[in-house]
Design a protein. Structure first.
Length: 338
């Protein structure tokens, strides 16, 4: 495989939490034209600093994915398309981007997304090494090798998994647990006929993208109704996460932890409380950690101002429960005898 800086060892004292100030899209107020809080990622980090969980020198600094890194999954044709501002405007759903010179679009819109993508790839390796990792960004689950959409310009989930399969001995099976409110049609298209990847996807069945073709790749499909609330949601998440991990034993869980399931989200259409989201993340981490399976968490969608606080609260909760402790070997966790 090509040489990449994304797999270089971070300093040993670092937490496997990946972030860069480059994640945040700030651009003459243009970002305000999208319901997305484009500074969400930095706010999560600031909350975690306030709570003294982390400090700048304790987190892993994300690096931008290079073209060579991106070509592990993406077609050259697709990457060339991003040199057209109107294509990027369509993908990010920010129409005025179409009228900007492409060098500005590359620097102000695509570079942050490429840095988040690099962060996801880095966090994949960290998760395997440390038992867990969180990229405070990424989760671009609508992008596949040759098509972007829904604010997703790079297929970071596919990239992280393919990097692990190609470069890390002993990683040959992956489970994607996609709990963003939207169907994760990007990774589904990429892994359509790949028996090494098991996909659990729980989403509002009535909203974007409604990709019937991609649904064929989902091994556990949990289609939710408008306004689904905590009790039903958490019951379904618990049942299906346990079921998925019992049915297929992966070497890595990629957890797409979108917060757009939050009550009042303009795009998600579900009605989960902040406490419900914190509990949901705990269910996924418990299921993976109790089986000794490394887990990589991505923050994905979430379009309200209070989202950053909820993500931070969830990470603090995982920490307080000991679910972010140093990885123990699977045998020490009393894993079921095979």
């Amino acid at each position: 495989p090509h040489r990449t800086e994304l797999y270089e060892e971070p300093p040993p004292g670092c937490w496997p939490i990946v972030y860069s100030p480059e994640y945040n899209i700030t651009f003459m107020g243009l970002e305000k034209l999208h319901p997305f809080d484009a500074g969400k990622w930095g706010k999560v980090i600031n909350f975690l600093k306030e709570e003294k969980l982390i400090a700048d020198d304790l987190i892993v600094q994300a690096r931008e994915a290079t073209d060579e890194d991106l070509l592990v999954v993406h077609t050259r044709r697709y990457l060339n398309k991003l040199k057209w501002s109107f294509v990027v405007a369509t993908i990010t759903e920010i129409p005025p981007v179409a009228f900007l010179p492409n060098f500005v679009v590359q620097r102000k819109v695509l570079k942050p997304l490429r840095t988040q993508t690099g962060g996801t790839i880095m966090a994949g390796k960290l998760a395997v090494d440390r038992g867990w990792a969180i990229n405070v960004g990424g989760g671009f689950h609508h992008c596949s090798s040759d098509k972007g959409g829904g604010f997703c310009a790079y297929a970071d989930i596919t990239l992280a998994i393919k990097f692990l399969f190609e470069r890390v001995p002993g990683v040959s099976r992956a489970t994607i647990i996609d709990l963003d409110a939207h169907q994760g049609n990007g990774h589904e298209r990429d892994f359509m006929d790949d028996p090494r990847v098991y996909i659990l996807d729980a989403y509002n069945r009535y909203i974007y993208p409604g990709d019937g073709f991609a649904k064929r790749a989902i091994r556990r499909r949990v289609e939710l109704e408008w306004g689904t609330e905590d009790t039903e949601y958490l019951h379904k998440v618990h049942t299906h996460v346990e079921g998925a991990l019992n049915e297929f034993r992966p070497d890595i869980v990629v957890y797409n932890a979108g917060t757009d399931v939050l009550d009042g989200d303009p795009l998600g259409g579900l009605a989960i409380s902040p406490q419900g989201i914190v509990k949901r993340d705990e269910v996924v981490f418990r299921a993976a950690r109790s089986r000794g399976v490394p887990v990589l968490m991505l923050t994905s969608g979430g379009y309200q101002k209070r989202t950053a606080r909820i993500i931070a609260d969830s990470i603090l909760n995982l920490h307080s429960l000991g679910l972010l402790a140093r990885a123990l070997p699977a045998c020490a966790l009393g894993s079921p005898s095979l």
